[in-house]
Design a protein around this ligand. Sequence first.
Ligand code: BG6
Length: 505
Amino acid sequence: MAITPTSDKVPPPFSLVIFGASGDLTRRKLIPAVYSLYRQQLLPQHFAVIGFARRDKSDDDFRAEMARAIREFVPVPPTGDLELADFTAHLHYHRSNFQDPQGYRSLRQRLEKCSPATDSPGNCLFYLATQPADFPEIVRQLSRVDLCQCGDTPKRWSRVIVEKPFGRDLFSARELNAQLRQSFEENQIFRIDHFLGKETVQNLFVLRFANTIFEPIWNHRYIDHVQITVSETLGLEGRGAFYEQTGALRDIVQNHLMHLLSLVAMEPPVSLDADAVRDEKVSVLKALRPTPLCMVRAQYAAGTVRDQPVCGYREEPGVDPRSQTETFVALKVMIDNWRWSGVPFYLRTGKRMPVRITEIDIYFKAVPRVLFNVRNTMVPNCLAIRIQPREGIALQFQAKPPGHVKDIQPCRLFFNYTDAFGMTPPDAYERLLLDAAFGDATLFTRSDEVEAAWKFLQPIVAESADSNRAPLPLYPAGSWGPPQADDLIETDGRKWQLTKMPPHK
Ligand code: BG6
């Protein structure tokens, strides 16, 4: 299982085929991640990466392009051209459109050439980094040239990694799952959500289940409420057309936020098996109570982010000047089960916010109104889990300042990854690509998980698509969203809060 470090063995020889290799994801994330794995000697001696895309390019063009991407995006740049050339020798380019059967026949021949086994395409990891509309055709074509390798296959394996979004709603998510399963079995399908590959997200599981002190108080008797914030300073980064179809609900809430929520709220699984862990996550999603009235959607207007003036969402390239797509969502969610009865979870996400922060804050109940808390003014205990940046954990508690003062003062204990482990966490894609090559699906989303998240969000998405609804409120870029988001939590007598983490030493 992947929550504990995968063993230091390398996976068996395999070829990674990236469909949509001309896209940004390949350049910014996938190839830099494969390169980092190569550099840490975590890849087998025989591995190949085949970029499959429509543009006309030679192997050499592709290698040169990817070498530039590595120099730009890998945190620790290559030590020299020779090392980089050794790596890029494993890269190949395969030009074809996604509908052409001949393109897949020749892909198969290419895989046979790259594989150490004679006359066999060997182990294959297919990465669908294309528009979702292309997924069904690609898997159908792979199946036609017998590259899906379903069933009991002791000799070689074949797996498919699918990028989000997994459908636009419950209906299309079910349809996509059914289409994928026409060619692959569920245990061959790896639906990727890069948030699950973040070390800090995996550590949530360890924090809860490898420590004695948290689990006994991790419930409605001790926890007052939970806040989860995914805030970005970025705008659209040239993805206007994509974002117009997606919005914050589909881009972040349906996947990243639902994963964080289910990891915080899940019951301890019976084992660390991928399915045991995912069973518990699904149970949380099934217990979510839809509260469409407790949601605020909004869109950013022009403003200032980190002292830079930025345009409003509707002025971004590729965006309809009358767009009603949300770039901000705040949501109150209840979980109808024994553990969480009566504990609200407040979730919020937005683009063009003042700072980039992903954080989970667990607020504990106040101590009784006696002794030190007579006027109910003490700051409650809070466990803040910072997913990024300045990855770490802070525990807030009360202390007595020295001297004759009678006051009580809130103080914090801090833990941070860089100081504790002497390194910044690796990129999520490294972990996830390696897990997929090992066949470990723990950090990937199972079909019923996708469908359970959609079932919960379906009424909310439907309500937001209603053409009779009021126009979206706007918030100035660089602010924490519209005043309605504050009202959502302040009506309950609470406030949005984030913890200031100290800089790493
Ligand atoms: C992606 C979203 O899944 O996550 C982007 O599509 C978002 O809109 C990104 O910017 C945030 O990821 P990270 O790892 O940069 O926080």
